[in-house]
Design a protein around this ligand. Structure first.
Ligand SMILES: NC(=O)c1ccc[n+]([C@@H]2O[C@H](COP(=O)([O-])OP(=O)(O)OC[C@H]3O[C@@H](n4cnc5c(N)ncnc54)[C@H](O)[C@@H]3O)[C@@H](O)[C@H]2O)c1
Ligand SMILES: [Zn+2]
Length: 348
């Protein structure tokens, strides 16, 4: 059992990580304040796997089920949740639990942040990505037709409850997508995350604990994303553009894998890191089983999609690059020629 305390602008909250923890929440309900009125928000895949059992184990819990997929991370779903919260009689002392991946966490968190100007909120992330990334740091929100994550809030949870055992039902593809963020955290601050001996279900508790610590350390230092929290976007300028141009054929984690390779190549090209280090990045991405090339996407189209990045101020490019292991740097004004050269390497 690991416990990490996170200092946030709204006080401190614990992240609890323990194999089998989900099935023990009934006996620990009072200690974790889950004995009051609770709305468990989950999706159609996770309700039969874990949601129904959780609701039966808690004394006063109601199950609310939304559809499975990013297409449900909308204001329409938030509106459905408000109706359900009212129907089950939530008040400001009640708790919303998000039981699911990043989609459930983001939309349930957004509804919890806004219903009655904010009700109490607990995250039970069930995907590897949600455990090591989206459930930590307080960002919640929904997509608009105009773009992803365009409406949102900062909502700190009261607790994050992680049971690595639930990963047994996650698909291999989704596991790898979560691993993209795990190895990203490794490049930023903890090289031990690149040890394949940790990439097994038996070691999941250790892997998750270390990966979460990297994110916690960054968000504690920059809770509102004003400076170093941007480091977490390593590989993501490439990734978001690749996702968009591929029409989301590449999943986010897959695009991050390619993006990490691109960030390494670009760092080496502009002389920030050694060529050997760029090769090392590619080896780690490959070892996880993630793609390292983006297929037949047009480099010009990907560059054009990058240039719409909201972090590229006044058309000036902006990348998180690496000087070495554990040494991220924000670099502005990398030339189009350099970026296009890397995108051409990333084809096929
Ligand atoms: N708030 C943040 O800081 C933050 C950070 C990163 C990503 N995100 C958001 O997170 C979302 C992606 O999260 P995700 O990758 O978890 O996607 P997801 O929530 O869609 O989950 C991926 C798939 O895995 C299934 N799943 C989850 N846990 C499972 C389990 N234990 N067993 C079987 N199936 C399971 C889900 O039902 C879904 O089909 C995106 O919307 C992204 O914008 C938010
Ligand atoms: Zn990501």
């Amino acid at each position: 059992m690991a416990r990490i305390n996170v200092k946030s602008p709204n006080g401190e909250y614990p992240i609890l990580i323990d194999n089998g923890l989900l099935s023990k929440l009934g006996e620990r309900a009072a200690e974790l304040s889950l004995d009051r009125r609770v709305a468990v928000v989950t999706n159609t895949t996770l309700a039969p796997l874990y949601g129904e059992a959780l609701v039966s184990a808690l004394p006063n819990a109601h199950l609310i089920t939304i559809g499975d997929g990013e297409q449900y991370k909308t204001l329409a779903t938030a509106s459905f949740l408000y109706d359900e919260f009212a129907r089950v009689g939530l008040d400001r002392s009640s708790i919303v639990i998000a039981l699911g991946g990043g989609v459930v966490g983001d939309v349930a968190g957004f509804a919890a942040a806004t219903y009655m100007r904010g009700v109490r909120f607990v995250q039970i992330p069930t995907s590897l990505l949600a455990m090591v990334d989206s459930s930590v740091g307080g960002k919640v929100g929904v997509d608009l037709p105009q773009g992803k994550n365009l409406v949102g809030a900062f909502k700190q949870p009261e607790a994050v409850i992680i049971d690595p055992r639930v990963l047994q039902t996650l698909t291999t593809q989704q596991w790898r997508c979560g691993m993209a963020e795990v190895i990203k955290h490794g490049f930023l601050a903890d090289e031990s995350l690149h040890d394949p001996a940790l990439w097994t279900p038996e070691q999941a508790e250790t892997l998750i604990t270390r990966a979460v610590k990297v994110k916690v350390d960054v968000v504690e230092r920059d809770p509102y994303e004003q400076n170093i929290r941007a480091h977490l976007n390593l590989g993501h300028t490439f990734a978001h553009a690749i996702e968009t141009v591929s029409n989301y054929q590449w999943l986010h984690g897959e695009a991050v894998g390619i993006g990490l390779v691109g960030a390494g190549m670009l760092s080496a090209r502009i002389g920030l890191c050694s060529p050997e280090f760029a090769v090392r990045i590619e080896q780690v991405v490959e070892a996880v089983g993630l793609p390292t090339r983006m297929g037949a996407l047009s480099p010009e189209d990907v560059f054009a999609a990058m240039a719409t990045d909201k972090k590229w101020r006044e058309g000036k490019s902006r990348f998180v690059l690496l000087e070495a292991m554990g040494k991220p740097r924000i670099v502005e004004g990398v030339s189009e020629v350099d970026v296009l050269a890397i995108l051409k390497h990333l084809i096929s």
